[in-house]
Ligand binder design. Structure first.
Ligand SMILES: [Ca+2]
Ligand SMILES: [Ca+2]
Length: 263
């Protein structure tokens, strides 16, 4: 008890205020002396600031200050900032998704065109294949055109099984473009026009003779130029051309070795 009271006296002397003694309570009350001890400790940390002392003596005021929560304005500001952050993140995510879809679309378009062109050029190279020499035997009745001129269809023939005629399976092939369905089609023998590639925008054909001049005469054709234009499957609203479809054009010139053989 004496220690508590001594501490209280020190406190009063240091502060020099009658209020301090009143706030701390009369000596002899152990409970209040304990508080005095705590206050005194805090007081000695900052002995020249009586305000600190007063604040400690009113813990209920401090507690109200800490527990007052958020105002409606603060809550609204936090909510708006949170929504803005979510919107920004979602916007970035949306852009990334669109970019990924576009890249996949472009890759599919290019692969589609390359696969179709690869098949066409391989079969064009075999045009006029004539191991029996029916085109050179002096008889016109069994002749056939390796490439028959047509402005919009590529018609090729070859005697693949070497029996002297081109009526067997796979020996007569036609490539044609169906604008109504944007499809490149391939017709083999007497079969139907099967789709070879979708999302095709155009098929352009040119025929050249031995000297490299354009020709429409089937017997003079020595080289064929094929231009195939494919487009992306999905339209991009931000792409200003072709109704939002990006395009990819492959151009190939093929000189079938069998078309140069003298008849
Ligand atoms: Ca002949
Ligand atoms: Ca044949």
């Amino acid at each position: 008890m004496a220690d508590h009271w001594g501490t209280l006296c020190s406190l009063e002397m240091a502060v020099g205020s009658h209020k301090s003694a009143q706030a701390l309570g009369a000596p002899g009350k152990i409970k209040k002396c304990r508080i005095t001890t705590e206050v005194t400790s805090k007081f000695f940390i900052s002995p020249c600031t009586p305000i600190s002392y007063t604040a400690v003596l009113r813990p209920t005021a401090v507690s109200r200050l800490d527990q007052r929560g958020m105002t409606l304005t603060e809550l609204m500001v936090a909510l708006v900032m949170g929504l803005a952050t979510v919107a920004a993140v979602y916007s970035v995510h949306l852009v990334q998704v669109k970019q990924r879809i576009l890249q996949e679309d472009v890759m599919a378009m290019q692969q589609n065109a390359r696969a179709a062109m690869d098949l066409m050029t391989r079969e064009i190279r075999m045009a006029g294949y004539d191991p029996m020499g029916v085109n050179r035997d002096g008889s016109d009745s069994n002749d056939f055109s390796g490439v028959a001129y047509h402005p919009t269809e590529l018609q090729i023939k070859s005697d693949l099984n070497g029996n002297g005629v081109v009526t067997d399976s796979n020996e007569s092939i036609v490539f044609l473009y169906d604008a109504s369905t944007l499809t490149l089609r391939r017709k083999v023998g007497r079969g139907g026009r099967q789709p070879l590639a979708d999302h095709i925008q155009s098929l352009a054909l040119q025929y050249f003779d031995q000297g490299g001049a354009p020709t429409t005469d089937s017997t003079n054709i020595r080289m064929i130029e094929v231009a195939l234009t494919a487009q992306t499957e999905h339209a991009d609203p931000q792409y200003p051309k072709n109704e939002g479809h990006r395009t990819f054009t492959l151009r190939s010139r093929v000189t079938p070795r069998n078309l140069g053989v003298l008849r």
